[in-house]
Write a protein that binds this ligand. Structure first.
Ligand SMILES: [Zn+2]
Length: 273
């Protein structure tokens, strides 16, 4: 049994590069390299006050900080380049109003809507999400397309919506993240949370869930040595206190040199927040 498992693990790593989990490498945001196009959507509740320009600027500054940090982190992998295409404020930032019930609560209940990207694209007047994505790639030369959705006046647990080949393509292929104006403890949104969710879109795993590995000394050692400062473990107020660890770097396509122990940190299938 043990031998088979190790063999599987090794074959998995060498043949497929990534574990056999369908969402990785699939969708409009596949590997975090090349040119990344971002559509920013400011969501507010219908008949209520929308986003102020100050509020929007605050979110855009955090987004800028998170993307700049990701770019810098990628420089540790010289064969990879990541660039986030500068936002064209007339086209790449949209406002959408939804009914109260259509806006996610951010409770981390695992019942958060994961089709928000397509809902937003339709609300913005696009007939097909797939045609929109293709058109964006053609126009901008982007290799990846992501949609970042900021929710006004709500404190919650931000979450990413990664696609898989088992999901309806028109509804789910275009990937994105939902970011609440405040975190669930009512502190302001941090740039590190945005970076954490962006990395999820490209396949990163949460590491905080797998940290408590009672009795597994080996895993704890690896965790502390290699993953302790990971942004997938903690999202500190100062983003410069965290880093993209070697496991996350592998999942998003930067680190081409996987360690056999990486897979032991794979979370059980569930929505990632
Ligand atoms: Zn997460």
């Amino acid at each position: 049994m043990v031998v088979t498992r190790i063999l599987d693990l090794a074959l998995g790593l060498f043949n497929k590069r990534k574990p056999d989990v369908d969402e990785y490498g699939y969708g409009s945001a596949s590997l975090l390299e090349g040119e990344v196009y971002t559509l920013v959507c400011f969501v507010s509740e219908i008949k209520k006050e929308g986003w102020s320009s100050d509020g929007k600027e605050r979110m855009l500054a955090l987004l800028e900080e998170s993307q700049e940090w990701i770019r810098k982190q990628a420089r540790e992998y010289p064969e990879v380049t990541v660039d986030f295409i500068k936002l064209d404020r007339t086209k790449d930032i949209i406002d959408i109003e939804f009914e109260k019930d259509d806006i996610p609560e951010g409770t981390g209940s695992e019942e958060e809507p994961v089709n928000l990207v397509s809902k937003i694209l339709y609300a913005a007047g696009h007939k097909s999400t797939l045609e929109w994505e293709e058109e964006v790639k053609k126009k901008t030369g982007a290799t990846n397309v992501q949609v970042l959705i900021f929710i006004k006046d709500r404190a919650g647990r931000s979450y990413a919506m990664a696609s898989s080949d088992k999901m309806d393509k028109e509804e789910y292929f275009v990937e994105g993240a939902v970011l609440f104006e405040k975190q669930n403890d009512d502190t302001d949104l941090y740039s590190s949370v945005i970076a954490h969710e962006i990395l999820h879109i490209y396949g990163a795993w949460d590491l905080y869930g797998t940290f408590q590995t009672e009795g597994d000394e080996e895993k704890l050692k690896k965790h502390n040595e290699y993953l302790g400062k990971s942004i997938m473990l903690k999202t500190p107020e100062n983003i410069d206190h965290s880093k993209v660890d070697i496991l996350t770097a592998w999942l998003v396509g930067w680190n081409k040199d996987p360690e056999p122990w990486f897979e032991s940190f794979e979370p059980k299938p569930k929505s990632q927040t």
